[in-house]
Design a protein around this ligand. Structure first.
Ligand code: AMP
Length: 534
């Protein structure tokens, strides 16, 4: 059959920066650095620098498909790198500096990164990891105190008059690893096309509601799940960006007030500290902030109430690294104005509904071939599919989905008749604390090595500040005495300090499934009302 007769205009992410520079060239990008200094540039400036960076990378022999890594917080040079890396046809690989050495080692080697751009604050990580990172040929510091090693000097040799690498819209443009999984982190390789489609959705009122009047302060780090797509969507919208290299509430608040920030996005833990700061200072929520996007973990009801009472629009988002990450957002329903305030809050406290482009279903936990009804009661394994959902993990041999493209999220949920998603549990054996993943299996394996421990299970229990914290449930060997502090100290020699369980609970027996595995679901039910001591 003959194809349609419209123009060939490949959906490549470099289109965003061209558009932003051409149509919104004077719109500002503000960066507040950790030392308190600030830089101001514009979308036109970002494009010029990104082009210089692409030219530089080309001179270094970086070819289409090569990975360019970053280890950095939020600032305009990081934004330049997003566009510079893809501009040469490369794949931007943002690395989470909060991961520990084994993960950092695995990820950079698995990705075969060739260039690493980093913040001076992470220079100790770079120094430590250099001997282990086998494929990295070039290191560039974004804010080095030595001008010869500084990012600005590194790109200063180029004139910014080149052209972006061209290619297929299904070429890869970005790589993010997720550690929200047992075993080694897994890489999700986003495409130009998937990223463009995702960004166009991110701009819609249902998600960030961005246009050229938006002033966005992305609290979500640029290394977390593609920064929720904001660097792409913001360019498409011509929004002003305000970046902070630190996530301190006082700094964020001051920037929001001074720069008249309208829209911000982050995990509940950060929003909580922002509200606490506001209360402690006797301040109000920043006046211009009208859209509060919160996701990555469940947004607490009290927080939703607080923002809604203050007349702010709340978008409670669910998504994953594997879904680029937008999956659902808690938006207003068609009968919104007929609902009571409490009913509205209840809707926002759920994870929301899909935008066009995302499909959801729940299947029976014991029989995945059985699709559950959307009845607001049947709880099952949540599956997702769509053009910006992972098809196959980076370098994996097998697809990440079933034959019909359904990706199993590892979340357990109920779908309501109107399509609203409500998460109820998780099948994946990981704990999410302040937006970062902790492996329960690694905690358990380490705990088993402690004298007197017969069996151990780590579960995530609700925590008012971190959303979840690990609780270690232990069965002692007969007659043994186990000191919780000594056990924690021992664990500290095996896992990162922030992974350490906040408490140890001793039980006579840990529940098991029919196949003999620890039943985390039963255990989580058992400790659902656990109170952390002050
Ligand atoms: P990540 O890939 O690190 O972004 O983590 C994705 C996972 O975080 C999801 O599969 C959920 O388990 C969890 N998550 C994300 N958003 C929410 C939310 N709004 N409420 C509850 N859990 C969430």
């Amino acid at each position: 059959m003959q194809l349609g007769a419209m123009q060939d205009w490949s959906l490549r992410v470099t289109r965003f920066i061209d558009h932003a520079a051409r149509e919104h060239g004077g719109r500002e990008i503000v960066s507040r650095w950790a030392d308190g200094s600030e830089s101001r540039t514009t979308w036109a400036g970002i494009r010029h620098d990104a082009m210089r960076m692409a030219q530089k990378l080309a001179k270094l022999g970086i070819k289409p498909g090569d990975r360019v890594a970053t280890l950095a917080m939020n600032h305009h040079r990081h934004l330049v790198t997003w566009y510079g890396a893809v501009g040469v046809g490369g794949v931007l690989h943002t690395i989470n500096p909060r991961l520990f050495d084994e993960q950092l080692d695995y990820i950079a080697n698995h990705a075969e990164d060739r260039v690493m751009l980093f913040d001076a604050a992470f220079a100790p990580i770079v120094e430590r990891m250099k001997p282990r990172w086998k494929t990295i040929e070039h290191y560039v510091c974004f804010d080095s105190s030595d001008p010869a090693e500084h990012f600005e000097d590194w790109i200063a040799t180029e004139d910014g008059k080149g052209e972006w690498a061209d290619g297929d819209e299904r070429d890869p443009c970005m790589l993010c690893y997720t550690s929200g999984t047992t075993g080694n982190p897994k890489g999700v390789l986003y495409e130009h096309r998937s990223t463009v489609l995702h960004a166009m959705t991110a701009m819609t009122p249902q998600v960030f509601g961005m246009d050229c009047r938006t002033v966005a302060l992305p609290i979500v780090p640029m290394f977390h799940a593609a920064s929720w797509g904001l660097p792409w969507a913001g360019a498409a919208a011509g929004a002003k960006f305000v970046y902070s290299a630190v996530n301190e509430a006082s700094v964020l608040c001051e920037l929001m007030e001074r720069e008249k920030v309208t829209t911000s996005a982050g995990v509940p833990t950060v929003w909580l500290s922002l509200l606490q700061h506001i209360d402690a200072q006797g301040k109000d929520i920043p006046a211009d902030l009208h859209t509060v996007v919160c996701g990555g973990s469940a947004m607490p009801r009290a927080m939703i109430q607080r923002f809604m009472k203050a007349g702010r629009r709340v978008a409670h988002a669910w998504g994953m690294t594997e879904t680029s990450p937008i999956g659902t957002t808690g938006t207003e329903t068609s009968n919104w104005d007929e609902l009571s305030f409490d009913e509205q809050v209840t809707i926002k406290a759920m994870q929301g509904r899909v935008p066009f482009g995302v499909e959801l279903r729940c299947v029976d936990l014991d029989d995945y071939s059985k699709v559950l009804p959307r009845d607001g009661k049947s709880s099952g394994a949540l599956q997702v599919r769509g053009p910006w959902v992972v098809g196959r993990y980076f370098k994996a041999e097998n697809p990440a989905t079933d034959a019909d493209n359904w990706f199993d999220t590892g979340d357990v949920a109920v779908l309501h008749p109107d399509g609203t998603l409500q998460l109820t549990d998780r099948t994946k054996d990981v704990i999410k604390s302040g937006g970062e993943w902790i492996s329960s299996v690694e905690l358990e394996n380490a705990a088993i090595g402690f004298p007197g421990v017969a069996e151990a299970a780590a579960i995530g229990v609700y925590h008012p500040r971190w959303d979840e914290r690990p609780l270690l449930v232990v069965v002692k060997k007969p007659g043994a005495d186990v000191c919780p502090d000594a056990l924690r100290e021992y664990l500290g020699t095996h896992v990162a300090k922030w992974w350490l369980p906040d408490a140890v609970a001793f039980v006579d027996e840990i529940p098991h499934t029919g196949t003999g595995k620890i039943s985390k679901k039963d255990l989580r039910d058992q400790f659902r009302d656990w109170q952390w001591s002050a």
